[in-house]
Write a protein that binds this ligand. Structure first.
Ligand SMILES: NC(=O)C1=CN([C@@H]2O[C@H](COP(=O)(O)OP(=O)(O)OC[C@H]3O[C@@H](n4cnc5c(N)ncnc54)[C@H](OP(=O)(O)O)[C@@H]3O)[C@@H](O)[C@H]2O)C=CC1
Ligand SMILES: CC(C)(CO)C(=O)C(=O)O
Length: 304
């Protein structure tokens, strides 16, 4: 079934990145942002910008929205509960669902409510989108890696891939998307949490021998051990590749969690070290760096 209508929940860095690209290629009216009515009121009159240009995608309050062919979730993990309520208005029997949230649990939460049949597993990576003070900027759009969960119905991945192709959204269909999601989680557990806890950047976290670099790598290695205990084949080569990737980014650049520190917004710590600690306990794995990061990040959040 060709996807003709798309609702994005989450008008932030990732949502605006892919929403604005899609609008350029699909024309007006195909893609819209939808938010709960209270949030819609709170943001009334705001015109966020994308690389200096006003965002052209329309935003609707949930009370005025109806079922669409595809829902793309792009909130932070802290907004997921509320977003699931908004989705009640948007999801019909034929609606496909893609969650671009970092971490490995958001699709499970979606599927608990709406089933696995039309839900795909996704991860967004490689972009340098920054959203601070209503202004979103990026130079690299990154890409969406996605694939079928065991319960995803035949044809849904193809439908979503067809939409992304028409929308000009860079994407790759993955045969083993679960592994890709865990590699990304490992990266986020290391770089996002280290930059948040230390007020660091890609540059400072990559400085050989520094405390930040030790923390970045140790946190990733703990996530790797947990992934393997979960039966996911994440390797030291993946870890080295992620460290190399970060070292090649703009040294002044910041991951999304470090932007949360600047914007004084609740972080996704529960999704990152929270998940690592919870699963590590079930496997008897020691994760002291993630425990320290969890405590430190919670302490910083209390001061917001
Ligand atoms: N930034 C990046 O480079 C990358 C981010 N990611 C992941 O993508 C996800 C989104 O991140 P990012 O775009 O950076 O986040 P942002 O904080 O930039 O944007 C999130 C947006 O979602 C909105 N929101 C929160 N809850 C709801 C809700 N219930 N309904 C509607 N809108 C809501 C927020 O609005 P409000 O201001 O009103 O709260 C905010 O505008 C995260 O999981 C992140 O880890 C993945 C790859 C890269
Ligand atoms: C680390 C990074 C930038 C990778 O795309 C990311 O996922 C984030 O900022 O949350």
């Amino acid at each position: 079934m060709a996807i003709e209508s798309v609702a994005i929940i989450g008008r932030g860095a990732v949502g605006m990145l892919y929403g604005s690209i899609a609008e350029k290629n699909l024309g007006p009216g195909v893609v819209e942002f939808v938010m709960d009515d209270e949030r819609f009121e709170r943001h009334a009159g705001e015109v966020p910008t994308v690389n200096g240009e006003p965002l052209r995608v329309r935003t609707l309050p949930a009370s005025e929205a109806g079922p669409v062919d595809l829902v793309i979730l792009a909130t932070k993990a802290t907004g997921l509960d509320r977003a699931l309520e908004t989705m009640e208005r948007l999801v019909g029997p034929r609606t496909a669902i893609a969650s671009l949230l970092n971490g490995v649990t958001s699709e499970e939460r979606v599927a608990e409510r709406f089933g696995w049949g039309r839900t795909v597993l996704s991860v967004a990576q490689g972009m340098d989108a920054v959203f601070i003070g209503g202004e979103m900027t990026y130079t690299h759009p990154g890409e969406i890696r996605f694939g079928a969960a065991p319960g995803t119905e035949a044809g849904v991945v193809d439908d979503v891939a067809d939409l992304y192709a028409r929308a000009g959204i860079p994407h790759v269909v993955e045969a083993d998307i679960r592994r890709r999601m865990w590699v990304k989680l490992m990266l986020n557990v290391g770089i996002n949490q280290t930059c948040m806890a230390f007020g660091g950047t890609y540059g400072t976290a990559s400085e050989p021998g520094s405390e930040q670099n030790r923390c970045f790598v140790a946190a990733m290695r703990e996530a790797l051990a947990v992934a393997r205990a979960e039966g996911v084949d994440v390797t030291e080569a993946d870890l080295a590749q992620m460290a190399e990737l970060v070292a090649g980014l703009d040294p002044d650049g910041l991951p999304s969690m470090a932007q949360d520190r600047i914007n004084r917004r609740p972080t996704e710590v529960e999704e990152f070290s929270g998940t690592v600690i919870r699963l590590a306990e079930s496997h008897g794995i020691l994760v002291p760096t993630n425990r320290w990061l969890y405590g430190r990040i919670r302490q910083i959040e209390v001061g917001f």
